[in-house]
Design a protein around this ligand. Structure first.
Ligand code: NDP
Ligand code: 8X3
Length: 255
């Protein structure tokens, strides 16, 4: 039977790897991001697979009107949604609370929390059409404990954690599974974005240990969504083997 998935933030990292994973397994896919060129490139890539329906959307999840109108006017092929992956998100800056830029705070709150709310609310009518609906929210180890300079990013992911629990309760009557996946350090564009294009700072984050790769998270997402109908993983923390929690990564010293 055909299955439909919508993935936010699929122009890089976890979202892109997840789109590829589900496409290879024959799912029809809607994916979004703000960078149009990346979205068009993924469309070209998926075209070569031939046997699935797909739709790339240039969409900023912070724009509530755009989110609502875009999702309300999806083509008929996507009038049912089986899986929603709320993945779009970012950390902006890594600053002490008293030195941080409130514009960074706004961007994280607007994307990681409000964007997730807007997309989920808009998708609910489509999810309710599915006979096995599932929402997956990408949290973080930063949701589980805070670290120095993590302040608003950690708070935004703690909100994702709380909202996941709330959604699971409130949407139970529709048999909607709701899962939070909380990754630790993963080498994507995340740190480049956090450090505003400073590649040296970004790559230093992953020195001295083997970080998660985007494909690891895509595989885990796929696993969670393909369990039997009566099984729901509620909360999953996944770290590189050398990371114990948001605070502690055992790094090999440089020679
Ligand atoms: P990337 O920077 O590689 O990917 C982030 C994705 O989110 C991009 O596709 C980006 O697309 C999209 N995005 C950001 N802002 C918006 C927006 N306003 N509207 C639509 N899309 C947006 O990082 P990751 O893949 O690592 O991050 C994915 C998620 O995983 C995030 O929520 C992040 O917080 C979380 N996470 C990451 C970890 C890591 O160590 N990498 C660990 C734990 C959680 P575009 O710029 O084109 O809009
Ligand atoms: C991303 C992982 O450790 O930078 O959520 O918060 S971390």
């Amino acid at each position: 039977m055909e299955k439909n998935i919508l993935i936010t933030g699929a122009s890089s990292g976890f979202g892109l790897a997840t789109a590829r994973k589900f496409a290879k397994n024959g799912w029809n896919i809607i994916f979004c991001g703000r960078r149009e060129q990346r979205i068009r490139e993924l469309e070209e890539e998926l075209k070569s697979l031939g046997n699935i329906q797909f739709l790339g959307l240039v969409l900023d999840v912070r724009n509530r009107n755009d989110v609502e109108s875009t999702i309300a006017s999806l083509p008929r092929a996507f009038s049912t949604l089986d899986v929603l992956i709320n993945n779009a998100g970012l950390a902006a800056g890594l600053d002490l609370f008293d030195e941080a830029n409130p514009d960074d705070w706004e961007q994280m709150i607007d994307t990681n929390i409000k964007g997730l709310l807007y997309v989920t609310r808009a998708c609910l009518p489509l999810l309710k059409q599915s006979n096995a609906p599932h929402i997956i929210n990408i949290g973080s180890t930063a949701a589980k404990s805070v670290y120095e300079r993590g302040n608003v990013y950690c708070a935004s992911k703690a909100a994702v954690d709380a909202l996941t629990q709330s959604m699971r309760i409130d949407l139970l009557k529709y048999k909607i599974k709701v899962t939070a996946i909380h990754p630790g350090a993963a080498e994507t564009e995340f740190s480049r974005v956090r450090f505003k294009g400073n590649d040296e700072k970004a790559s230093a984050v992953y020195n001295g240990f083997t970080p998660l790769q985007a494909e690891d998270i895509a595989d885990i997402i796929y696993y969670c969504t393909t369990l039997p109908k009566h099984v729901c993983i509620n909360d999953l923390i996944v770290t590189p083997t050398m990371q114990a929690n948001a605070h502690y990564i055992h790094k090999k010293k440089a020679d």
